[in-house]
Each structure stands twice: as C-alpha cells, then as structure tokens.
Design a protein around this ligand. Sequence first.
Ligand SMILES: [Zn+2]
Ligand SMILES: [Zn+2]
Ligand SMILES: [Zn+2]
Length: 750
Amino acid sequence: MRKKALIKVSGTVQGVGFRPFVYRTAGRFGIKGYVKNLGDAGVEILAEGTSGHLEEFIKAIRKDPPVNARINSLTVEWQGSVERTDGFHILPSGGTGSGGTIPPDYGICSLCAKEASSVGERRYRYPLTSCTDCGPRYTILEEIPLDRKNTSYAKFPPCSECSKEYRDPADRRFHAQTIACPRCGPKYFLLDVKGRLVPSPVETAIERLRAGKIVAIKGAGGIHLSCMASDDDAVAEMRRRRGREQKPFAVMSDLEDLKKYAHVSGAEKTLLTSKERPIVVLRKKNSARCLSDLVAPGLDSVGVMLPYTALHQMIFSVIDSPLVMTSANRHAEPMIIGNDEIIRQKAADCYLLHDLEIKNRCDDSVLKIVNKNPVFIRRSRGFVPSPVDLKNPDKNTVLALGAEENDTFCLLKGGNAFQSQHIGNTVNLSTMGFMEEAIERSLKIIAARPDVIACDLHPDFNTGRLAAEFGKRFDAQVIKVQHHHAHLLSLSGEHNLDEMVGICCDGVGYGLDGKAWGGEVFSLKGGLIQRVGHLKEQPMPGGDLAARYPARIVAGMLYDSYEQSELREILEKLSFRHGKKEIVVVLRQLEKGVNVQPSTSAGRVFDAVSALLGICHERTYEGEPALKLEAAGNGGRDLGFPVKIRDGVVDTSALLKAVAESVKKFKTRDIAYSFEKTFATGLAQVAVEEAEREDIKVVGVSGGVAYNGVFVGTVAGHVKERGLNFVQNRSVPCGDGGISYGQAAYVSAL
Ligand SMILES: [Zn+2]
Ligand SMILES: [Zn+2]
Ligand SMILES: [Zn+2]
C-alpha cells in the first residue's frame, strides 16, 4: 500500500549536507516527494512510497545522518490523500517547523585536504577548498536559513563546473552551500605594507615567514599574526609590536613536527585532530630547538593547533617549524576581521588576505586536559553556535550577559543554551560594541526574544548597564546573579544536578556582602545556595596594585603572623617596584587599614606564593603568577604542610607562613607543589564535610583555579575517597567564559 508522510526534522540539519543525504536516501528506497530547508533552520520532507519503504527511509534518516548533523527531533505526520508525485526534489527554502540550530565552522575534511594537494584536481592549491562536511558555516552566516544567499558566498556566483557539481547527486558537493573553486570562489591576495598587491601571494607569504617576517593571515573566524616560532628575533619583534611582554602565544604546526617540542597523549591527539581543530594546551619538551623560549616564557606548556584550512596545509607543506598564530588585535580588543582594519594597524610586514567577508568573528577555541578530562579555556570556533543542554522548566527565554573579563553571553531558549563565542574584556568599549552586534545577530539566527535578562551583581560592569538597556527594550525582568553562584550553577546546570557542594575559586567576583570574593564553598539544596566556607579574608594593600604586584599581597597575608622586623626581612628579599620605601608605605597602609581591600580571592593567594618563591613579581596578563607557579611545581613532592581550618574558613596565612619558612630549606619545585596540594586539601575538607553533613552526594570545582591540574586532582581524590561523586566543567569553560551559562542556569533553576 502506498502512503504519504510529512516529516519535520529539527536539530543541526542545515549546512551539513542533510538535504543531499535525504535525496540520496530517497533514491535508495524509491521514495517520491521533496526535501527543503525551513526558515527556522529545520528541514521538511514530504515522502511518498510503499509503507515498507517509507518505514525503511525514516529509519535510515534517523540512523545515519551526515557526520556533522545532529537530529533533535523528527516528527512524522501521515497524510490521507496519496496522489502520485513525480520524482524526488530539493525545493527552495521556505516555511517553518520546530526550529533548528546552525553548525559551527569545521576544519578541512580528509577528502578536501587530499583534493587540494593533488596535482591535476580542479581545486589543486585552492586555499578555500570546502564541502558539505567541512569549511565555514557560522562565521559566514548573515541570517537563516543557511542558504548561499544568506552567507558571504552570495557575492560569488558558482561557475558552470561548480554548478554542475552542485546539481549532481553523485558529487560530494551536491547542494554544498559553500561550493567554490579557483575560477569562481573567493581568492587570497597578498599586500605589502603600503597596501600594494604582491604576485604569487601564498608562495611569497611563505618566503616572508621563512625570512623572519611577520605576516597577517586571514582565516575563517578572524585574522592571525604569524611568524616562525623557532626564530627568537621574530617572536621578540612580534611581542614588541603587540605590546605583549609575557603572555603566551599559540602556535600551529603539523602533527609530526609537534612531537619535536611537545608531549602529546592519546586524548590530546584526539582533540587536536578533531574536526573542531581547537588549540590544545600541551606540555612542552625541554630545550626543543624548534620552539623559541619567548613563545610561552616561564611556562611548562604551549597552546598548539593543527592546520585547519587548505591554506594552512599549503604553508606547512613547505615550512617544517611551528608558526606563531596569534589573533591580530591589540590588547583587550576584539579579534580583527576586516581587511582595511588590519592594514591600518600596521602590525605585520605583509598581509595574506581573502575577499570573503567574515560575518561572525570567532576566535580559536582552547582546551586543556585537566584531571584526565578535556576542559574549555575558550569555547569558540568549531563549537559555537552549537548549543549546550540546560534544563529549563519554566521555558523562559533568557539572555545572560556574563561578567567582565573573558566574557561570553548565553541565550537560553527551550532546553538549548546557546553559549556565544569568546567576546573578550568588556571593560573595552570596542569589545562591548562587538558584544552588542553579536547579540543582535544571535537573536536573529536563533529567532529569540528574551523574557529575562541576567547579569553579574557587580554594580560597575558595562554588561550590567547593557542588561538594563535590554531589560527596557524587551520589557524583560533583569536578574543579577552573584559571580560565584553563577560558577556553581554552571556546574549543576551542565551535570543536571539539583543538589551539590561546589568549590568556586578564581581571581575576584563581587560578593553578596559587597566584598571581593574568590575562594568560596557553597551548598546547593532545595533551591537554595548557602556559603558554607571560604578562604580567610585577607587585606590587599593598594587594591588593584596588589593584583598587579603580588609582593604586596605577601605583606598583607603575613602581617599578623610575624613581628614587624621579621616581616620586613622577608619582604626585603622580594621585588617591590620602589624597594624599601614601598615596603614602609605598604606596612603603614596595613597598620592603619587605609586603602586596604579585604578579599577571599584564591587567585591572589596563588599570586602571593608565586611572589614569595621569586617565580613572578608582576602580573602582566591574567593568571600569570599562578600559571608560572603551576609550571614551577610540576613534578614536585609533597612536604606535608599543615591544613588549618576554623568554622569553614581555610587559614591561608598559616599556609603562606609554611611556605615562607620552607624557602631556605627546600626546593622551589617541592614548595610550589606542596602549596597547591595543601590549598586544595583545605577547601576539599570543608566541602566534603558539608556534603556529608547534608547528605549531598556530589562535590565539584569551578572558577579559573579549576584549570590547575594539582588543585583539581587533589580535590577529586579527597571527594572520591569519601565515596562521593566529583564533577568539573566539561561543556562550558570553568573560567569566566562559563559565567553567562551559569547565570542562565541560575534563572532556570531558582
Ligand atoms: Zn571537505
Ligand atoms: Zn567554480
Ligand atoms: Zn570567575
């Protein structure tokens, strides 16, 4: 018997070769009808055939969709009348269904990689080779549905050969929206410092790189600045031009070369070679000649990614050293995407650009294996805009704006939390401009109108001001969420927990009492969050100055532990910008309590230890003293410092005193490691005791300190030893990039 069915599919089904797949599957089962993209990013199929064939057809669609597709729902509506349909067609887009999501950009697939490197192929050495399985999607999208006319490719009408492939069901680019070739597609060109065209763009750019020059290279989500990572002079020049003294640069190289300078585990290799092609933070090998020490000074790790476009492959077919690949923007500004803008900035010696417009800026994603789990330091290219699951019983549409540094925003619609790409430091007005633009684009692509706006509790954040504006515009309620509550809820949201104890440790967040929090233990139970413990409140002499020059924190933390003369002796061995004079001023500030801000920050404790051990005396980028401390403690042994806790408060002064007393007796490596271990043990004890008292089964960690392997491993060990479950962030960053998700989770949970 012949039947007819209207099938609607939601999920990630546009821009992933889904219609061609349905077309081919229909052919296999002799199904007549059509498939089309819907205006809300879903897909509709009308299928007519014998009931047996229809069942098989639907089963095949559910079972083996294309690699990058994700089916969230597939509904079948059987229809009464069965008039004979003629053939099976891919129809123009239109109509709506139950919605869909847009795929992220994926790195070049193996077939395209082979094609672009095979002499005689049409796309031999075509730097922008892509297909239905790979290439840009989100970064070129203006609006849904994901049809060529709604992307930057609209400007490049396909040539006759590309059109033929596009229409040929047997071709792997059948209905590929980014179909292009050297004849019709976007092109790379090279400009010199004066903006003049240089012939043989890719070859010349490679020559310039090898000659130690800095080359701007436009990729999918933005523009990188690149130079040879083996060349000290080139890297030093890059640092000078970027005004970046110490902050590590990411590098790109192929897998074989990378083994010369970094250790790669199986799990790390899987991440590196995944279609998302993120930057992965790897352990450096000692004294590898192909990697200048200036790439990641003072660190035991380096961020590495593999080539992810045909252009990158062309470069690494010639160059066998890693290349620095850093986003080409000034400090705290958004990544540059415009050709004119990069040339105006004059940071490079030449510019390898293309004429395909980047609609949505997307930095490289960064992951690190912590406690055997991959965790996001930054979730951007390759992952955004794929949603993260989040329970949403009230079905409110929530727009959460995050905090301040490393910011992201999050749009919660239904059970999908659309976490934005990395936005950056929102102190900066151009970053705020980018954020507003990205929000507008997302509201359009996701077809959302917020009922609730969430932001940080801090009274002075730009994101708070923006929340008030959006609140007015959408007549939406504005909810302010305490910073560490958001970290906690990012954990419970991701792991779908109603109850847990969470340790939330970071640099600083505005506390419920108006003070600077940053080393907190909370319980979440019965819809209530309680602060059940924290680090000892410490005086920060000079406020922001203490964050920059951590020797000041040492003075504050040890002030009550020593006689003045003894303390002075300890401090005089450290690095104060103005020497002894500054020490006198700092001690006077502490004595009188003038310009001294109290804080429970975990980050500042790491900073103090780093300064006390002579590892880092100035913080030139976020987390620098703590990262260098972690590097210094690598492979150390535990000296067994005592843990002092009183009423849930971990005594960090006693811990710092133990460090101070060990300086002359033990190796820096052992002291650094023992500090991390003891610090973690103190907080773990507070958390585990609370969990046992309240019969809560799960303990977790979040916040920027949860990138520290010793910290997370130690807490996890204590938690598991007591028969409890341990959780850490997996789907969103544990740093402030995960705050917006946590805020959305807060709104939906409480
Ligand atoms: Zn491909
Ligand atoms: Zn073409
Ligand atoms: Zn934070």
